[in-house]
Design a protein around this ligand. Structure first.
Ligand code: ATP
Ligand code: MG
Length: 304
């Protein structure tokens, strides 16, 4: 009897000890993630010369940029001009380096050689934090936090007290109001991790509202309408066109029919811009853009 009782006691202890193994594994993954963040080196953002807020209101000139990821050349003597008060469209096949260019503009990565000029000054003269404050980026992946709708759309404005009326106008422009007003707590509705309780189109519109609320000078839309239906997309494109009246707009898209709203279309191939001009100019030129359109027409039966 004594043996059995002691055995059961020891057994219970072992069971308890083993039950910690899955918990330990979860904790280890979390700790690894934390250390990954802690070990990121601080960006050298305060040493540069120009410290006033940048008002990007001139042509952004990208001059002979070279950039490689692990010896794989992505941008090869890449040059391009981005005009203010215009919709500057960038197109090119998947993996050609469009988002890489955006990462360079935002200062997330550094070019191996070449320069970007903002208001006629080398980008390295500005504080990275100022550049990022002047640019609103709607990136390809919707990034949302496990917070309320309100906090998610306001966190780039640094003004949590923005009044509901202003938010409502922006939500209308981003075509997000229609699903937010149906939510139980509306703006105070909680999102689950990365907004998984919303559809991808809804997540995209929430992120769009967040960027529109940011008081920036340059707006970059990297595949901003990829998850939207045709009607919603049409309204968002109108919003983008409207924005370009006063701001610099860069739009990256795979949907060639959307390039109709462009003032200038840049076609990227082999690490550089191979063609640029207005929609009609490029059609008449019968070059790469024209060929892409023809291919698109054949594949999708689209009439452009
Ligand atoms: N962090 C990275 N490390 C290594 N290679 C990368 C990294 N990010 C992108 N690449 C590579 O760089 C190339 C360009 O990627 P990029 O994301 O700029 O393409 P993209 O033109 O935006 O494509 P898509 O239209 O699919 O978004 C791709 O071949 C990609 O595999
Ligand atoms: Mg991309």
């Amino acid at each position: 009897m004594a043996f059995i009782m002691y055995f059961q006691k020891i057994n219970a202890l072992f069971n308890e000890a083993f039950s910690f193994i899955p918990l330990y594994k979860i904790a280890k993954v979390s700790a690894d993630r934390l250390y990954e963040i802690i070990s990121v080196k601080n960006e050298n953002i305060e040493t540069d010369i120009i410290k006033e807020k940048i008002n990007i209101n001139q042509v952004i000139v990208i001059n002979k940029i070279n950039f490689s990821y692990n010896n794989k050349k992505i941008l090869n003597d890449f040059s391009m001009k981005i005009y203010p008060n215009k919709v500057n469209v960038l197109i090119g096949v998947s993996g050609v380096g469009k988002s890489t260019l955006v990462n360079l503009l935002m200062g997330f990565i550094k070019a191996d050689s070449g320069t970007i000029y903002i208001n006629n000054k080398d980008i390295s003269n500005y504080r990275v934090s100022d550049i990022r404050n002047s640019i609103a980026l709607l990136s390809q992946e919707s990034i949302l936090l496990q917070r309320t709708v309100r906090e998610n759309i306001l966190y780039e404005t640094n003004d949590i007290l923005t009044d509901d009326e202003k938010i409502s106008v922006i939500l209308g422009k981003a075509k997000a109001e229609e699903f937010i007003i149906k939510l139980p707590n509306k703006l105070d509705y909680m999102l689950t991790d990365n907004g998984n309780n919303f559809s991808s189109g809804e997540r995209q519109r929430l992120c769009l509202a967040r960027e529109l609320l940011k008081d920036a000078e340059v707006y970059i839309f990297d595949e901003a309408t990829s998850a939207l239906d045709i009607e919603t997309e049409r309204i968002i494109l109108q919003t983008i066109k409207e924005l370009a009246k006063t701001k610099t707009v860069i739009m990256i898209t795979h949907k060639l029919e959307n390039t109709k709203i462009a003032d200038i279309i840049n076609v990227m191939d082999n690490g550089k811009i191979c063609e640029s001009g207005s929609y009609d100019e490029l059609i008449n030129k019968k070059g790469s853009f024209f060929n892409l359109l023809q291919m698109n027409k054949k594949e999708n039966g689209l009439v452009l």
